[in-house]
Design a protein around this ligand. Sequence first.
Ligand SMILES: O=P(O)(O)OC[C@H]1O[C@H](O)[C@H](O)[C@@H](O)[C@@H]1O
Length: 238
Amino acid sequence: MKPLVNFEELTPAIRFAEDLKPVLYQPDQLRENFPAYYMYRDCSLSEEDARRIAELGLRYDYTVIPPARIGEEFIKTYGHYHPIHREISYPELYQVIEGRAVFLLQKRGEREDELLDFIAVEVKEGEMLLVPPDYGHVMVNPSDERLVTSNWVCRSFQSLYEPYARLRGAGYYLTAGGWVENRNYRKLPEVREGGSAASELFDVDGEMYHLLEKPELLGVLTNPEKHREVFEKALDVD
Ligand SMILES: O=P(O)(O)OC[C@H]1O[C@H](O)[C@H](O)[C@@H](O)[C@@H]1O
């Protein structure tokens, strides 16, 4: 799928492999620093769209992750949680524009090193994924092609990276040899693997930028507490 916005003309923020060191399975295997992924934030097709997106309290971004491995582990994003808004945390909606992604979603218990749930969702070109409230997320490129994603997200918060840094990544690492448990967690549920239901929940043809024409659907991202039933379905991966 060709991205609607010609984001490659924009200047990205870059996360380098060295930046990922605190969350890697095998940090010692990092031999050279390289750009791990490119983040093109706050994209739009026109000035008018940019104003509407801001008025809705949203942001539309693209992320590009070229294929790579560090040691046995597939290249991935750093990982983060979102802050709480009226009792539950902000969700986020992703679409794979090019390539294939595996999203690692995890829910903390009372302690951050005791997970209540760990879901791995494979998302293919054109498909969407809803990161439910209260789930931390990491995006992995397990393929030998570049991965391009877009995301809709509430524009008014800062992501929380510290829990991932403290525990050296998510509950599991996705490696060429399969899943590897992260021993820094005291409690880890089994990995629940599945597909994503978000494409059925968000009715859109082609790139999800067009959801801008259906702002009522995007309301789940800014007022999650009013849409709890949507998230129940998003978690139904089995
Ligand atoms: O923030 P990181 O864990 O590095 O993950 C990267 C991604 O995070 C968020 O979801 C942003 O909205 C994306 O634009 C960004 O590319």
